[in-house]
Ligand binder design. Structure first.
Ligand code: PLP
Length: 421
């Protein structure tokens, strides 16, 4: 496909107008939206409002009058449709790492007779590290908890399985529905990490999100939803809520009355301002709130949700598959493809292998094509369908081929490592 054909695809792209919603520096093709999404144009004004009109003008009154206190729930309800959840099922706040801790600990408490946590050693490090820390906290003795690697594929005595739908390194996508069914058949609960799914594709954790609650009830007979027990994810990747934006935690309604938030901070209390001596959990999803919300970061999340409420996720997924396939075709066999070749089996990223991946990526970034590098040898390219077009993909692939053909990456300036790669 040549550049003119790519421009024609951009012209007929149903999502093309959304690119204007984002600030992207001139001369940059930003293929790192799977790590930190781009800045929405409307975000600075929403953050200015939060700082000046809310904090500055209302001072402590902002907790009541600017809706700060309820932000974990109000934004949770707004975010819920993006993962196929309904109102009252998602709470926002903290970070993904903290939400993983909460979800896995809650799942363990719901399966008190089991001691095994299935986790993936090759998952994003924080997921597995959090499970290791939790296991150490629960301590030794006869009732030792143990972490078992997913590779063993044994769920039968597991309390909980923690997995990412999309692998951050390879972009490979798992079948949430069949793995959830497998875990449930073995009596285990499942926590899905949706960091690389949300905003890149349709996700349907509970069946309540797309069709509304009534249709979802009918759906529960076996339609296409995962039936996840818990799900977590961040909002700063494809959702574009900005660096340090709060994470989300989904809790299936069937667990909400019994699941325990072991991080029993005061915002999960039934009456935080009664200042009671003992923790008494709030009803519903609020019990999973922990502490004072990061109000300024919530403002940036609210701004980007204004955009997402106008976006059709089926169009996002279709474009994502087309962009990643186009990139793979254009790169051809110049580099080894690490991601699955079948677009339905990958997320919105393409991972390629090169033994000198680090200097190759530095040379690319110097030429305006921003991807990232994951040790030891993987070049990652994320394609955020809201602001990446077909011509961008064409130009990125052309630049990559030039860097390889002319061995531009051999410049010694590209050999030194920066702190964040
Ligand atoms: C990005 C990412 C995280 C991030 O965790 P933080 O607590 O926000 O640092 C966790 N898990 C996965 C799978 C991720 O991709």
């Amino acid at each position: 496909m040549d550049r003119d054909q790519c421009l024609a695809l951009d012209a007929s792209d149903p999502l093309r107008a959304l690119k204007d919603e984002f600030v992207l520096p001139d001369g940059v093709i930003y293929l790192v939206g799977n790590s930190l999404g781009a800045l929405p144009r409307r975000t600075p004004e929403r953050m200015r409002q939060a700082v000046e009109d809310e904090w500055g003008a209302q001072l402590v009154g902002g907790w009541n009058h600017a809706g700060w206190y309820d932000q974990p729930l109000t934004t949770g309800d707004r975010l819920a449709p993006l993962i196929g959840a309904g109102p009252g099922q998602v709470v926002v706040g903290n970070t993904t790492s903290i939400a993983i801790f909460q979800a896995v600990a809650a799942a363990l408490r719901l399966r008190p007779d089991r001691r095994v946590i299935v986790s993936e050693v090759r998952n994003f490090p924080t997921d597995h590290y959090i499970v290791q820390g939790l296991t150490r906290l629960l301590g030794g003795g006869q009732d030792r908890y143990e972490v078992r690697d997913l590779a063993e594929r044994r769920f039968e005595d597991a309390a909980v399985v923690l997995l990412s739908e999309v692998d951050y390194r390879t972009g490979a996508r798992r079948d949430m529905r069949s793995i959830t069914a497998e875990a449930h058949a073995a009596g285990a609960l499942i926590v899905w990490d949706l960091c690389h799914s949300v905003g890149a594709m349709e996700v349907n954790v509970s069946g309540d999100g797309f069709a509304g609650a009534a249709a979802a009830e009918a759906d529960r007979g076996g339609a296409d939803f995962a039936g996840a027990d818990f799900a977590v994810g961040c909002t700063y990747k494809y959702l574009n809520a900005g660096p340090g934006a709060p994470a989300f935690l989904y809790v299936d309604p069937r667990h909400q009355a019994t699941a325990e938030n072991v991080l029993s901070g005061w915002h999960g209390h039934a009456e935080p301002f009664a200042f009671e001596e003992d923790f008494r959990p709030a009803e519903g999803i609020r019990r999973f709130a922990v502490s004072t919300p990061h109000v300024l970061s919530f403002a940036a999340l609210e701004a980007t949700l204004d955009i997402w409420e106008r976006v059709d996720l089926a169009q996002v997924r279709a474009k994502s598959m087309a962009l990643t396939s186009l990139f793979i075709d254009l790169v051809g066999d110049a580099l080894e493809l690490v991601s699955p070749a079948d677009p339905t089996e990958r997320g919105s990223q393409v991972s390629l292998r090169h033994p000198d991946g680090y200097p190759v990526m530095r040379a690319l970034i110097d030429r305006g094509v921003h991807g990232d590098f994951r040790a030891p040898d993987i070049l990652r390219f994320g394609f955020a369908p809201l602001y990446i077009g077909y011509a961008d993909v064409h130009d990125a692939a052309t630049t990559l081929l030039e860097v390889l053909d002319k061995e531009l990456w051999r410049d010694p300036a590209y050999a030194t490592r920066l702190a964040v790669t």
